[in-house]
Write a new protein. Structure first.
Length: 177
């Protein structure tokens, strides 16, 4: 199952992502890195500034660190493809806002339907087909391209399933006559 863990982990993965302040304990860094590895997670690539946190110190030692991450497991790219995190501005916080950009890959249609999807004209006369489309055509996703891809995938899957259930024996009956 794909999953993501994202936010303020209050730890650094390496010494390179800390600027200023006292040196970090190698054991603490190693424990965090080992935990991430043990959970089978990988740090997503990011764009923007390297440091996601600062201590807002003006007259003392200014410290900057990357404490905010998005970690994914190996199953994540199969559903969402290339995913990237953008480090945005601080927006009145000591942490930068994180923006997760998904490149959704529509779920593969069941192996039963290996051919390309074709909308059948006879479905236009079937109230059940209209109900399937109305039920599976949702408008709750902000990204219009992702919304269309999801809607087409869901409708095609459910229409083909319904068609096989309703008309599954029809081609054999025609061929046997």
């Amino acid at each position: 199952m794909p999953w993501i863990a994202m936010g303020d982990f209050n730890e650094v993965l390496t010494h390179v992502i800390k600027l200023g302040g006292p040196a970090l304990c190698d054991t603490q860094i190693d424990q965090f890195r080992n935990t991430v590895d043990y959970c089978g997670l990988h740090d997503l690539p990011f764009s923007g500034a390297r440091y996601t946190w600062h201590n807002n110190c003006v007259n003392g030692t200014n410290v900057k660190e990357r404490l905010d991450y998005a970690f994914i497991n190996n199953a994540w790219p199969h559903l969402f493809g290339a995913t990237e995190v953008s480090h945005l501005d601080f927006f009145k916080s000591d942490h930068r806002a994180l923006l997760l950009s998904l490149n959704h890959v529509a779920p593969a249609v069941s192996q039963r339907f290996k051919s390309r999807f074709h909308f059948e004209a006879l479905w236009l006369k079937e109230e059940e087909a209209s109900d399937i489309i109305l039920k599976n055509w949702v408008t709750s996703i902000a990204d219009p391209i992702l919304q269309i891809a999801n809607n087409l995938s869901a409708c095609s899957f459910h229409l083909q399933t319904w068609h096989r259930r309703k008309y599954g024996e029809l081609p054999r009956q025609i061929n046997s006559t």
